[in-house]
Structures are given as C-alpha cells and as structure tokens.
Design a protein around this ligand. Structure first.
Ligand SMILES: Cc1cc2nc3c(=O)[nH]c(=O)nc-3n(C[C@H](O)[C@H](O)[C@H](O)COP(=O)(O)OP(=O)(O)OC[C@H]3O[C@@H](n4cnc5c(N)ncnc54)[C@H](O)[C@@H]3O)c2cc1C
Length: 429
C-alpha cells in the first residue's frame, strides 16, 4: 500500500443472465451445490474463476481421501473407480513423511487422479443440467434490502452481472459474502492446519515400492533425511504415494502467509518454486526409487487451507464435536473423529451438521457451501476436507432449490422437507 486511493467512476454494466440458483466457486462445495440444485429442478448457473471444476481437489492437486460419505461424495468415488482413477493405499504407501498414519483415516486412504476428476465433474455437471461460466471471477455482490440479488464478475468479456434468486458463496474464502457485507470471522489460528498454505507438486517416474522398502528398513536414516529435506525446502513437506506407483505427491505446509493478501500469495508461489528444484534434486540424488525421476507438475491453484468463515445462524463448534451433537435441522452426518487433525479423545461416534451453519445470520438471499461454513477454528480445521465440503454443497444446493420452489428465503426453508429430499438422495439424516 502506498497510501493513495483512486475513486472508480460508476458505470452501467450488462446483466448476462438471470437464474434461480447462482453458485460462485466450483470446489467440492460449489460443484456439489450446483449439481444438487439442478437435480432438484432449479435453473442453476455455476461460475468459476479458473478453466476447470473441482477447486483444491483438482487444481490444488489435493489427492487424498481418508474416508467416504454417502451421496455425491460416493458418486465421485464410483466414477473414479470406473476409470481406474483412484488407488486404495496399503499401510506402507499411506504413511506421511513423518511416518505416522494419517489421523482418523482408518484403513481406507485413497488417492485420486485430479485430471480424471476434472472430466468427471464436467460430466456430472452436464448431466445434471448445470450451466457453466468458467474464467469468470466473482468480485462484487449485488445487495438490496439486506438481500443478495446477484453477483458482479470480471472476465475476458469485461465486467458483467448475473442475478440469482439464491446465491451460494462457494469461493472457499467467502469472497461474495465479504463483498456483500455479511458478518464473518476472519481469524485463522496460526497453530492449526488451516493457517498453512501450499503449492503442491508431483514428481514422476519413481518406484514407490523401492522407496517404501528403503524407508521401512532404514527408519533412522529416513528420519535424518526427513529433517534434511525440510531444511533444503525451508518449510515442511513430504512425499506421499499418489494415485499411481510411479508418481509421488509432495504436499507442503508454509506458515505465516495471509491468503487474502495478494502480495503474500505471490510470495508463497515464488518461495515454493524456488525450493522445488533443490528439493527434487535432493530426492533424485538421495532416495532409492527416485533415480530416474523428473519434476512432473505443480498445482495451478495455490493451496489455501483456511480463510473467512461466515457467521451463520449456528456456529458449529469444538463442543459439538466433543458432545456428538444432534440437530433437528441436521443435513449431513459424519463419523465423529473423521476429518483432519487428531481425533478428539473419546468423542461420541456420530456427529450431525445443522443446516443453520450454511445460513448467514445477517443477510438473506445467500447460502454458503464448503470450507467457509459457520464454525469455530477447531471445527473448521476438522471438517474442512473434501468429503464434508461435498456434503455441505449437496445440502446447500438442495436447500437453495427448495427455497426457490417454496418462494421463501433460505433461512425459512422447511427443515423437514429439506431432510426428506436429502434422505431421498441417500444422505442418512
Ligand atoms: C494443500 C492442501 C492439502 C489438503 N489436503 C487434504 C487432504 O489430504 N484431504 C482432504 O480431504 N482435504 C484436504 N485439503 C482440504 C480440501 O482441499 C478442502 O477442504 C476443500 O477443497 C474445500 O472445498 P471448497 O469447495 O470449500 O473450496 P475450494 O476447494 O478452495 O474451492 C473454491 C473454488 O472457488 C473458486 N473461487 C474462489 N474465489 C472465486 C471467485 N471470487 N470467483 C469465482 N470463483 C472463485 C476457486 O477457484 C475454487 O474452484 C487440503 C487443502 C490444501 C490446500
């Protein structure tokens, strides 16, 4: 900031479309919301800033699924399985760099192929009748009488507007609700996973089995190498088996970046790229199985784990997790302890998520889907993984369609009718 401002002159812009349900952001939350709304009969448009669907699950190269949920989440898995785009890892393959199994994962860690997933999501959206607008960046909310009526977006076609009877903010970062002036919590706890950013990359032409054998036979040497590789990188990272035995996933964890600050985003990209070559060279030189490897690709989307959370009608909390909370407006159900982070001791086995944490407290015409759900930092860290975000999207999209069809605001949706529709979709509410 240089302390100067510029007053942008007002201008008239085109309204490109008017739809019933307008979803901004096509990550696990947004794509599932759009598909659910369209399947429930709503005229639905999905707007995405990049050229592919899937958010972090594709463009962020987030490949790992540690559990599965009924509903659209299982559809992803079934479609990936049909194309041989998913691999269920054995215990040696599934070990993280630190040598400990992924917490809460059970025996079923699986790794998906992000390119196949992009195509699968295109198919699912097309079959459901979702209209798409890619390469379109939602920048402003259109708000009248405290109700979101549409979104202004920028693209190669310039600045345009789309009106929606219900708008779903699935941008992960809450760009739309922040622009609308809805109340949100922007605190990101620096001690939690959700504060860390990443530029995930992959190394190919390896032999994972040779590497895994070496690692198992030389635990002390491996511990030393693990420290060394973090030193070479300047941040924590680690090879994890991917959806193929000849490709490794290199997840990473950078601390101290504000992902809503464009200069920090730039710095994170540059920092990881600076380390990529030395890290790759270290792997190639030192790790058995990596002798003929090459740097395969890096994520086109920076990995942002946590950001703004809407203040909803209900704030889902760590206490709910400890108590195994149940709700009359439950729209998603999880095995308590599933998700990210360490299991919380002896939590009750079932956890329900209330619809109200997808409904902004302070604004109408709007729902959220995905990692920007109304939650405290601990609950957000736990459920901010792909599968719960798909479940939230499915619930938000179904609710949006119901709101349009019943001609009510999203907060007035009849919970019983919503749960009935979700049950008919196979969600065990
Ligand atoms: C490095 C990393 C590792 C992870 N590891 C795992 C893991 O192993 N397993 C797991 O299950 N989860 C993991 N996660 C978490 C998981 O990726 C997220 O929980 C999930 O992707 C969140 O889905 P979402 O739809 O809420 O947001 P996102 O996936 O972030 O999707 C948001 C979408 O909105 C689009 N968008 C954003 N702003 C705008 C805008 N203004 N206009 C238009 N479009 C916009 C984005 O391009 C994107 O497509 C990881 C995340 C990261 C970053």
């Amino acid at each position: 900031m240089i302390g100067k401002t510029y007053l942008e002159p007002p201008r008239e812009i085109n309204v490109l479309k008017e739809v019933e349900v307008l979803v901004i952001g096509s990550g696990p939350g947004g794509i599932s919301a759009a598909i659910a709304a369209a399947r429930e009969g709503a005229d639905t448009l999905l707007v995405e800033r990049y050229g592919h669907l899937g958010g972090m699950a594709t463009g962020g190269l987030v490949l790992m699924y540690t559990f599965w949920l009924p509903g659209q989440c299982m559809e992803w898995r079934e479609r990936l399985e049909k194309l041989e785009g998913i691999r269920f890892l054995s215990s040696t393959q599934g070990l993280m760099l630190g040598g400990s199994a992924v917490p809460g994962s059970g025996p079923g860690i699986s790794m998906a192929d992000p390119e196949l997933l992009k195509c699968i999501l295109n198919d699912m959206a097309g079959e459901a009748g979702v209209k798409l607008l890619l390469h379109s960046w939602g920048t402003q909310a259109i708000v009248e009488d405290n109700t979101v009526k549409g979104v202004i977006f920028e693209s190669k076609s310039g600045r345009q507007a789309i009106m929606g009877k219900v708008v779903i903010d699935a941008t992960g970062d809450g760009d739309i609700f922040a622009a609308a002036g809805a109340e949100f919590d922007g605190y990101v706890n620096p001690k939690l996973r959700t504060s860390q950013v990443a530029v995930v990359f992959r190394i190919a032409n390896i032999d994972w089995d040779t590497f895994a054998e070496f690692r198992a036979a030389n635990p002390e040497k491996w511990a030393e190498m693990r420290e060394k590789v973090d030193e070479v990188a300047g941040f924590h990272l680690g090879p994890i088996a991917s959806s193929r035995n000849d490709v490794t996933w290199v997840n990473n964890f950078l601390e101290g970046y504000n992902i809503l600050n464009v200069e920090d985003l730039t710095k994170a990209e540059v920092t990881v790229r600076k380390s990529m070559v030395p890290v790759f060279e270290y792997f190639k030189k030192s790790l058995p199985g990596f002798e003929k490897s090459f740097l395969f690709d890096s994520a086109p989307q920076i990995g942002t784990r946590g950001s703004r959370r809407i203040i909803g009608e209900y704030i889902f909390s760590e206490d709910d997790m400890k108590n195994g909370a149940t709700f009359e407006d439950a729209v998603a159900v999880f095995a308590n302890g599933a998700g990210a982070g360490s299991p919380q001791g002896s939590t009750p086995p079932r956890l329900e998520m209330p619809y109200r944490c997808l409904v902004p407290k302070s604004m109408d015409g709007l729902l959220v889907a995905g990692r920007n759900f109304s939650s405290d930092t601990v609950m957000n860290t736990r459920l901010n993984v792909i599968q719960p975000c798909i479940a939230m999207g499915q619930a938000a999209g179904t609710a949006a369609a119901l709101a349009v069809q019943s001609n009510v605001e999203p907060r007035k949706v009849d919970y019983k009718a919503l749960r009935k529709r979700l049950a008919a979709q196979g969600i065990p509410v």
